[in-house]
Design a protein around this ligand. Structure first.
Ligand code: GLP
Length: 235
């Protein structure tokens, strides 16, 4: 495991974006695993800047996102599809049909099965970007008594709903369930880059990477990944 500490959010974002840009330069049709949340926004901004400078071409890139709220229309500005379009896809030259986000409106069992098949058909993820929730969740793999492997539907914990309520008008509007890829898909990525920032994330990042490997802290299994870079910013 490679651990990088930065002083600023901008520096964290620049380092993470560099790893994604390098992957695309070396493999123009790379499969990028992408994440939502506020942490990766700076990474996406930096990738957009590199695209605009003519340094990275996304025309053949494929992307697979980690998760989506159940029941939200992709056009809803709280959906993760909307988030990705807004922060990245509509700002670069990626083919919309090459971007995959679970469909929160499909019958959940079907949405999960189709998503696993899609990832398999694409040949797996070359580089996966991850944030981390305050309780150690990855995507929406919440603390559990076992690691969930495939794409599945999850009931969101009260703490996750409370943490994400800041994006909604009120906590009552935060969906109660989500579709998330499982830990198998995440662990099968060839390379993983986890970004986390701020003092409020310090304890959970330490616990995930220096504590016991346990499904009670889903991110802890990442300790076993052979090629993971953790970039933690103090601010
Ligand atoms: C959400 C997402 C996760 C993300 C987490 C942390 O629950 N499903 O993928 O890592 O929030 O978000 P933030 O980066 O805003 O702290």
């Amino acid at each position: 495991m490679e651990w990088i500490t930065t002083e600023t959010y901008a520096e964290m974002s620049r380092k993470a974006a560099n790893l994604f840009a390098a992957t695309v330069i070396l493999k123009p049709n790379a499969v990028l695993g992408l994440a939502t949340g506020s942490t990766p926004i700076g990474t996406y901004d930096r990738l957009v800047e590199m695209y605009k400078a003519g340094d990275v071409d996304f025309s053949r890139v494929r992307t697979v996102n980690l998760d989506e709220y159940c029941g939200l229309d992709p056009a809803n500005d709280q959906s993760y599809r909307w988030f990705m379009n807004h922060h990245l896809f509509h700002r670069i030259n990626i083919e919309p049909s090459n971007t995959y986000v679970p469909n929160g409106l499909l019958e959940p069992e079907r949405a999960c099965a189709e998503y696993d098949q899609t990832i398999e058909r694409l040949g797996g993820v070359d580089i996966q970007l991850l944030g981390i929730g305050l309780n150690g969740h990855i995507g929406f793999n919440e603390p559990h008594d076992s690691f969930d492997l495939g794409t599945h539907v999850i009931k969101l914990s009260d703490s996750t709903r409370a943490a994400n309520a800041r994006f909604f008008a009120s906590i009552d509007e935060v969906p109660k369930a989500a579709i998330t890829v499982g830990m198998r898909t995440i662990m099968q990525a060839k390379r993983i880059v986890l970004v986390a920032n701020g003092p409020q994330k310090y304890e959970i990042v330490k616990r995930a990477f220096e504590g016991e490997v346990t499904p009670a802290v889903p991110a802890s299994i990442l300790q076993l990944h052979p090629n993971i870079t953790v970039i933690y910013s103090k601010e």
